[in-house]
Every structure is written in structure tokens, then in C-alpha cells.
Design a protein around this ligand. Structure first.
Ligand SMILES: [Zn+2]
Length: 412
């Protein structure tokens, strides 16, 4: 399965050719960067989880002549050109989009942005380490260091595709990092999406205006902190009848209000969507002996500058699009941490952490496409199982390097 994935990556995405453009800042390099990047990609694809583990595998497979040592990999990652790695990600996206491998989300191309805390550590090791004081149980105060980043994904019905990430630097909040990220994504991926969703934090005129300048619509979760808008939406909901519909098992009561003059600083009319959702479920009773019926209820409010429409189907779609924000939590953050070891620090330096993560997201994007389009064997049902098969393939098959015959000869 490992060989199959590598062949697929080369055939469809030219992966091992386009990574040849990644560079680093070594002056007298003995080993070309492409070899290092290829090694990191192999490590991520085979889900080794750490450089130490990878080193063990290299020794076992007698691949020392083909794969650089892990200390070299770590050292080179310190100065690897992040812009060039991002360009590889962009190239993969272009190929996937041109080959119609990505699908729109409920009729719209939807971007989702959010922040995530990646690691915590007791030691400060790089200039991107943020710090906070934590009080332990015995009252002792400790400084804890941590790293955060913001991510931008393209939501889809089957898979989400991570476009880019940006670190949250010390002394700055998530919004500052997200602003940089959105600006860069809009520039690099101008036609990839038409609407961007964020949580309550993104209900800011700066974000809405930035997206508007790039001809994108914005959606943000409305929370109580935005008192004026929140109360006005609630007042209007009491005065009007909701639209009622059912989708799968969930019953929706949805109001749609056009509100003006309640958001200081933005100054334009916005649309507030209020959704009351009820889903009947059958769960185990507390004594564990029988089942009981329960109704899960959720209330949602979103603010958007998407144009209004009286059509019920359009409204249903908009509510579904608003809910696709969860993909960033589930498919981008949780899954990459739990399944792909995204919270592991392969090398603690400002540049290396981002380089390893960008390459990981490139691998995960390719893996997801490979899985839904190329795995026809019905016995392979879960992602975890497929990842295991790839790892086993690397461990047992005879692997020949270079992985791609297409790598151009590079003068050292
Ligand atoms: Zn650090």
C-alpha cells in the first residue's frame, strides 16, 4: 500500500518532482533539500510519529544510504523555506481542483478559519514560544510555554482540504495571526472559495472588511458578547414566525433577520440566522439495562453578509454551510492530532515546527484524496486501518530509492 500511495502521489500530483523546488539556508549543503523533504514526507505518510521511530525504521530497513539521518533532517528543517513548502501545497491544490477531486459544500466553496493550541512545554526553546502562568494544585506557580497556530481549510462533503497555517506569535492574539493567514490565502488561492466561516471571535469589522475587499462573504457565530446584535435578533425572533423543516433526523426552526445599525464600526446591513435544532436520539438509560428516548437541542446564531433569499432551499443550504465550521475542529485539528501525531514536536524551533506541520498537511490532503478515490477494496473501511497498511507496506516491502524517477538531477 505504501508503494501504491507513492505511485499515486507521483502520477497525480508530481509530488516528488515539485518538492525539488524547496530550499533551505545551508551554505555548503552535502545533501540536497529535496532528499530531506522526501524523507519527511515518507515519515508522515507512514505515520512514524517521531524522528526517533523513523530512525529505527531506517536502520531496520538498511536505508541509511538513501535517507538522511534524522539529526540532518531536524537541522535542515530549521531553515527550510516555508514559502516554497506552501507553494508545494498550492500546486497540489491546483491539481486536485483541476481534476475535480474536490467538491463544493452545499453548492458553495467554503473556507473555514480557526485557531488551535498545538503543544505545551515546560521549557522555552524558540522565539515563537508563548508563555502563561499556571497555578498547580499545591499553589506553586509555573510558567508554561506553548505554541498556537491558525489554520484555513476548504470544507467539503467528504473531505476537508487544509490550505495553509500561520503561527500565533508571542504577544499577539489569534485574530492578528488569522488576519495574516486570510490575507495570504486570499492572495494565493483567489478562486478557491467564496465564503469564509469563523467562530464568535471572527465577528469583527476588520475581518468582514478584509474578506469583502477580496470579494468574499463572511459568516461568524453570534454570541452574547455582541449584546446589541444578539438582543435585536432575539427580539425579532419573538415577533416573527420561523421557517420549519426537517433534515435527516433533525427538526429545524430557522429565523432570518436583516438587521441594520446594531453593529458599530461595520455600518452595513447584516443578516442574522437563528436556528433552533432538535434531534431525537435513543440512548442507553443510566442503569445501562434499557434504552430511553431523548431530544438533543441546540441553538445557533450566525451573522453573515451573504445576500438574503426568500427560497427555503437556499436557507437550508446556508444553515448547512454555517454548520460546516465543525470540520476544522474535527477533520483538521482533532483528527490530525489523534491520527497523525500533529501535536508531536519533531524539532523545537520556530521554523521547523511550521515546516513539519505544513508538510504533514500536504500528506494528509493527498492521503484523503487517495483514500476516497483510489481505495476500491471494500474490506478497508477505516482511515486508521489504511494508515496501518501503508506503515506495514513501508516496513515489509522492498523499497527502492529515489522514490520518483522524475526527480531532476540536482548539482550539489
Ligand atoms: Zn517554541
Amino acid at each position: 500500500m505504501f508503494k501504491k500511495l507513492i505511485r499515486y502521489s507521483n502520477k497525480i500530483f508530481d509530488l516528488f518532482t515539485i518538492i525539488a523546488f524547496v530550499t533551505d539556508e545551508r551554505t555548503k549543503a552535502q545533501i540536497h533539500t529535496v532528499k530531506i523533504v522526501a524523507a519527511i514526507i515518507v515519515m508522515h505518510f507512514t505515520n512514524q510519529g517521531s524522528l526517533n521511530n523513523f530512525s529505527q525504521e531506517i536502520t531496520f530497513k538498511r536505508l541509511k544510504a538513501d535517507i538522511p539521518s534524522v539529526s540532518t533532517i531536524a537541522r535542515v528543517a530549521d531553515t527550510m523555506d516555508l514559502g516554497k513548502i506552501r507553494a508545494v501545497g498550492l500546486e497540489i491544490y491546483k491539481k486536485a481542483r483541476a481534476k475535480k477531486m474536490l467538491e463544493s459544500c452545499h453548492g458553495m466553496w467554503v473556507g473555514v478559519v480557526d485557531g488551535h493550541e498545538q503543544i505545551t512545554s515546560a521549557y522555552c526553546k524558540c522565539k515563537y514560544c508563548k508563555s502563561r502562568i499556571v497555578t498547580r494544585e499545591n499553589g506553586v506557580k509555573d510558567i508554561q510555554y506553548y505554541h498556537e497556530f491558525t489554520a484555513f481549510i476548504l470544507a467539503g462533503p467528504k473531505i476537508s482540504f487544509t490550505l495553509d497555517i500561520e503561527p500565533v506569535l508571542p504577544k499577539e492574539g489569534e485574530l492578528t495571526s488569522a488576519y495574516r493567514l486570510i490575507e495570504r490565502v486570499c492572495k494565493n488561492y483567489p478562486k478557491a472559495f467564496s465564503v469564509v466561516i469563523g467562530d464568535g471571535l471572527y465577528l469583527r469589522e476588520t475581518i468582514f472588511n478584509l474578506l469583502k475587499a477580496h470579494h468574499k462573504y463572511a459568516i461568524a457565530v453570534l454570541k452574547e458578547e455582541r449584546r446589541q446584535l444578539f438582543e435585536e435578533a432575539n427580539r425579532l425572533s419573538l415577533l416573527s414566525e420561523p421557517k420549519v423543516y426537517r433534515k435527516k433526523k433533525t427538526y429545524y426552526r430557522v429565523w432570518e433577520h436583516s438587521i441594520s445599525g446594531c453593529w458599530d464600526g461595520y455600518g452595513k446591513d447584516v443578516r442574522v440566522i437563528v436556528s433552533e435544532e432538535a434531534t431525537p436520539v435513543r440512548v442507553h438509560s443510566k442503569d445501562g439495562r434499557s434504552f430511553e428516548n431523548r431530544v438533543n437541542r441546540a441553538n445557533w446564531m450566525w451573522v453573515t453578509n451573504l445576500p438574503c433569499s426568500d427560497n427555503l432551499d437556499d436557507l437550508k443550504n446556508t444553515v448547512a454551510v454555517c454548520h460546516s465550521r465543525w470540520q476544522i475542529e474535527n477533520q483538521c485539528f482533532n483528527e490530525t492530532v489523534n491520527t497523525w501525531n500533529a501535536d508531536h514536536v519533531y524539532r523545537h524551533s520556530a521554523n521547523a515546527i511550521i515546516a513539519f506541520l505544513l508538510l504533514l498537511f500536504i500528506c494528509v490532503n493527498i492521503f484523503n484524496i487517495f483514500r476516497i478515490r483510489n481505495i476500491k477494496d471494500r474490506r478497508i473501511k477505516t482511515k486508521i486501518y489504511l494508515i496501518k497498511l501503508i506503515g506495514i507496506g513501508f516496513h515489509t516491502d522492498e523499497i527502492t530509492f529515489p522514490l520518483a524517477p522524475t526527480i531532476p538531477p540536482i548539482p550539489i
